[in-house]
Write a protein that binds this ligand. Structure first.
Ligand code: PHE
Length: 476
């Protein structure tokens, strides 16, 4: 079964009796796009062949005398045979003067002596000129290479690439054309008239061709980073966790003290943490502060409430976890809890391909009777599997607020083992001031590495550049 356009094209061969056409010749009959598309279909059916030849053609782009000829003509008009080089500027511009002098020397058209150009014959013959007059439209092969180069260098010609497309009938195609080709009426769009008149019953209705190439359309979509956040949220909700939030501007008390980080811990230094200029201090809960102070002092650490009150941008979402635990009533402390927080955190880091001063973290905690290290490993495995990482391994690590602590690594084809999250069981020193007796499992995962893996980025900054092309095309 041939498409009506295929028949139209074949009919041109049949009616003209020719079995080969140049593309341009066919354009008399059908639009170029159609010819190209239909030829491909017919080629697929073995009825025609498409031959493509590349040609280089010469185009004259400057139609004026060479500067040396301008000089000769100028002298001839004035019945002169020589001219001072200094005077050339009355006839030619600077560039032309240089070109003319070069050409005169190269071709020996005139003598150059003592600042003068002296012609013997003002009607000199010049093969470059002759070539220039005849060259337009010739293929590169038809022209002397040397002359071609000179004319190109002098800016008088350009080489154009040209494609010659020949469309030829195959033997099979010729055989098909032995019988006349009938083009029956075709309906490409059903109208009310066609339906009422019942014309559609007899006519051929053209099916939709869903494979016709079209311009891509890019509908609005969600930013890749938001997509990851949503995916992780979805997974954790599916695992029975509920979402909690906490402030971005935080006191050192919640961000560090509560997590048993010593007040002189290097992580609290200016170069790691952003401090607020105004206001510099925030409110902290008196009673709890006293309990936390006691724990710190008992462990031979210093504790200054002024430090606790300092305002910073939170450096990790563990601040959210600990705030959640502190919010529990006595009644609630008897129950089990599974919560997570996905949010922005801030560290005073130099920006490079994998570090930004502002990034996303996800933190999850599980508080429950008798939960233990094995449960932690189990949950993390499940979580990472659901994120799409099958091979997972764990190794010991250190965090000031968990004991034991671990780091999870995932295996990525072509990259090897990559560290992806930190986790552990909250230390008794962390839970004691809160009066929580059940163990609390905790883990935190950064989104930078996750995003880089998911979108195959070599530079995390890509994610925030808002390069519209990338945003349109990125999938996953
Ligand atoms: N807060 C840690 C991660 C972590 C969370 C919870 C438990 C252990 C580690 C970090 O930012 O690196």
């Amino acid at each position: 079964m041939l498409h009506i356009d295929e028949k139209r094209l074949l009919k041109i061969f049949q009616e003209t009796g020719k079995d080969s056409f140049k593309l341009e010749e066919l354009e008399k009959y059908l639009p170029r796009e159609k010819i190209l598309r239909v030829s491909l279909w017919l080629k697929g059916k073995g009825l025609i062949e498409i031959d493509e030849k590349k040609r280089e053609r010469v185009r004259v782009i400057k139609k004026e005398d060479f500067p040396e000829r301008k000089i000769a003509k100028y002298l001839k008009e004035r019945n002169l045979k020589e001219i001072e080089i200094k005077e050339l500027k009355n006839i030619l511009n600077k560039e032309e003067i240089n070109a003319a002098l070069g050409a005169i020397k190269r071709k020996g058209i005139a003598k150059i002596e003592k600042g003068k150009i002296i012609f013997e014959n003002l009607d000199y013959e010049d093969e470059e000129e002759r070539a220039l007059n005849e060259i337009d439209g010739k293929t590169v092969e038809e022209v002397d290479k040397n002359l071609l180069n000179i004319l190109k260098k002098r800016g008088y010609i350009e080489i154009e690439e040209e494609k010659e497309v020949n469309i030829k009938l195959t033997e099979e195609g010729k055989k098909l054309l032995e019988k006349p080709i009938e083009i029956e009426e075709e309906i490409s769009q059903l109208t009310r008239d066609i339906i009422i008149s019942k014309k559609w019953k007899k006519a051929y209705i053209r099916p939709y061709d869903v494979k016709v190439p079209t311009k891509p359309i890019f509908p609005a979509k969600v930013h890749p980073l938001t997509r990851i956040i949503r995916e992780v949220k979805e997974i954790l909700l599916g695992m029975g966790f509920k979402e909690v939030k906490s402030p971005i501007v935080e006191t050192e008390f919640w961000n560090f003290d509560m997590l048993f980080e010593p007040q002189d811990h290097p992580a609290r230094e200016m170069q790691d943490t952003f401090f607020l200029k105004y206001p510099t201090e925030g409110e902290i809960p008196k009673e709890l502060v006293e309990k936390v102070r006691e724990v710190h002092l008992r462990c031979w650490r210093q504790f200054d409430e002024k430090v606790s009150r300092r305002l910073i941008l939170r450096t990790h979402t563990t601040a959210s976890s600990i705030r959640y635990l502190a919010s529990l009533s006595e009644e609630e402390k008897k129950k089990n809890h599974k919560v997570f927080c996905i949010d922005r955190v801030f560290r005073n880091e130099a920006i490079d391909y994998k570090h930004l001063p502002e990034f996303y973290q996800c933190e999850g905690i599980l508080m429950g009777d008798n939960v233990n290290f094995d449960n932690l490993i189990g949950i993390l495995k499940e979580f990472l599997n659901r994120l799409g990482f099958d091979k997972v391994r764990f190794r010991p690590a250190y965090f000031p607020f968990t004991e034991p602590s671990l780091e999870a690594e995932i295996y990525v084809e072509g990259k090897g083992w990559l560290e992806i999250l930190g986790a552990g069981i909250f230390r008794p020193e962390v839970l004691e001031p809160l009066g929580i007796e059940k163990p609390v499992l905790a883990w935190g995962i950064g989104f930078s590495r996750l995003a880089m893996l998911k979108y195959n980025l070599t530079d995390i900054r890509e994610l925030h550049k808002n390069d519209i092309d990338w945003l349109r095309r990125v999938i996953g």
